[in-house]
Design a protein around this ligand. Structure first.
Ligand SMILES: *[C@@H]1O[C@H](CO)[C@@H](O)[C@H](O)[C@H]1NC(C)=O
Ligand SMILES: *[C@@H]1O[C@H](CO)[C@@H](O)[C@H](O)[C@H]1NC(C)=O
Length: 355
């Protein structure tokens, strides 16, 4: 009875062993084994890195967020305009100039070599109500300026300012504008320009709109924190004017984006695409050069999820790869053995014992 059970269990063995004297170790077999091991190790490492690698899945849905603000990160340099003449304005679709408490824009004075020589908090972000949504509101500015001019006349203050700016221009002073602008999540624009100056002062300083050198370098322009793999298309954009001046317009389409890390952390941010337009200044144009960023929000939001492949899937692939390699090398081994056998057949003591 006991023997019977043992026999049954033995008969279930899927790996019957050959009798010891039938096994024979050969050099060719060793070689094939080593090659097999190397292949196995390579495939194993490949499978492991494939399993460990994090991949991302993109999903789209309609943007349902409401009432949040849109942070605009700016860091750009104007190598040929002194800080005193530059102003940053932001207008949104409701026609209101945006000035939020969280708004922090700084201006850094740079000398002609690009070294920092002073800093200034930009509190002069113009806060004025505008009746209509208007991108080209230079005229209004200058109307305001006219009134101001009549109010205080061409006094000493303006004179000093002109002198100071002219000196800065002669020294080749530049300006870096950086900070974060928090605006409403509606379409709008912000621009960096000399519109803060009154028109007569501007005329005195530059001697004409065509001489306002709005060459600029955008170091960073983004609408929220960065996630791995984000590409902000305006970073490191260099636009140097060589002859007449003009107005730069960047049309920006913002795509709200949510990045979900594998650790379940969620990072709400925005991606964007941009197209660019430059209009040259003509002699009798009434406008002054500026750099405009006109943005609009997409109604579709993108969710990027980090994911890892399943562990069971990894084990399945591992078994397939290792088992497959094993079987293949076994076959190779037999073929090589037969080949060598055939070659050495002429000799009287040919090797034998393998199938
Ligand atoms: C702005 O960009 C410059 C040049 O890349 C960099 O040196 C500077 O640290 C940046 N400023 C901020 C506030 O990020
Ligand atoms: C404008 O400024 C840039 C940078 O300083 C300079 O390379 C360029 O020659 C200037 N353009 C004109 C028309 O002066």
């Amino acid at each position: 009875m006991k023997m019977g059970v043992k026999q049954v269990i033995k008969s279930l063995d899927a790996f019957p062993r050959a009798e010891e004297h039938l096994l024979q170790k050969t050099q060719s077999g060793a070689l094939v084994s080593i090659v097999g091991l190397v292949i196995m190790a390579t495939l194993f490492i490949h499978e492991l890195t494939y399993y460990l690698a994090i991949y991302t899945v993109h999903e789209m849905s309609v943007d349902l967020t409401r009432g949040e603000t849109l942070p605009i990160h700016i860091n750009m340099t104007f190598p040929s305009l002194p800080c005193d003449v530059l102003s940053v304005d932001a207008i949104d679709m409701s026609g209101k100039h945006e000035v939020d408490l969280d708004t922090n824009i700084w201006k850094l004075r740079l000398n002609s070599h690009g070294h920092i020589i002073g800093t200034e908090y930009l509190s002069d972000l113009v806060e004025k109500d505008h009746a209509t949504h208007n991108h080209d509101n230079e005229k209004e500015h200058h109307d305001d300026s006219d009134k101001k001019l009549h109010a205080f006349g061409f006094d000493q203050e303006a004179e000093n300012m002109i002198k100071k700016v002219k000196q800065a221009l002669a020294d080749g002073e530049g300006c870096r504008v950086y900070g974060i602008l928090d605006v409403q999540r509606v379409a709008g624009n912000f621009h960096i320009s000399v519109h803060g100056l009154n028109i007569y002062v501007a005329q005195m300083i530059f001697g004409g709109a065509t001489h306002v050198n709005v060459s600029h370098i955008i170091h960073d322009l983004s609408f929220g924190p960065k996630y791995p793999g984000i590409h902000n298309p305006l970073d490191d954009t260099v636009r140097i004017l060589h002859d007449t001046s003009g107005t730069f317009k960047y049309y920006i389409k913002i795509v709200p984006t949510e990045y979900r890390y594998i650790s379940k952390d969620v990072l709400p941010t925005n991606q964007f695409s941009v197209s660019e337009y430059f209009s040259r200044m003509h002699k009798f144009d009434k406008t002054w050069p500026a750099v405009y960023f006109l943005y609009d929000l997409s109604p579709i939001t993108v969710t990027i999820k980090e994911e890892r492949r399943s562990f069971l899937h990894f084990i399945t692939r591992l078994c397939a790869v290792l088992g497959g390699t094993f079987a293949l090398t076994g076959m190779l081994d037999r073929w090589m053995f037969r080949l060598l056998d055939a070659l050495t057949k002429t000799k009287p003591n040919a090797r034998s014992g393998r199938r």
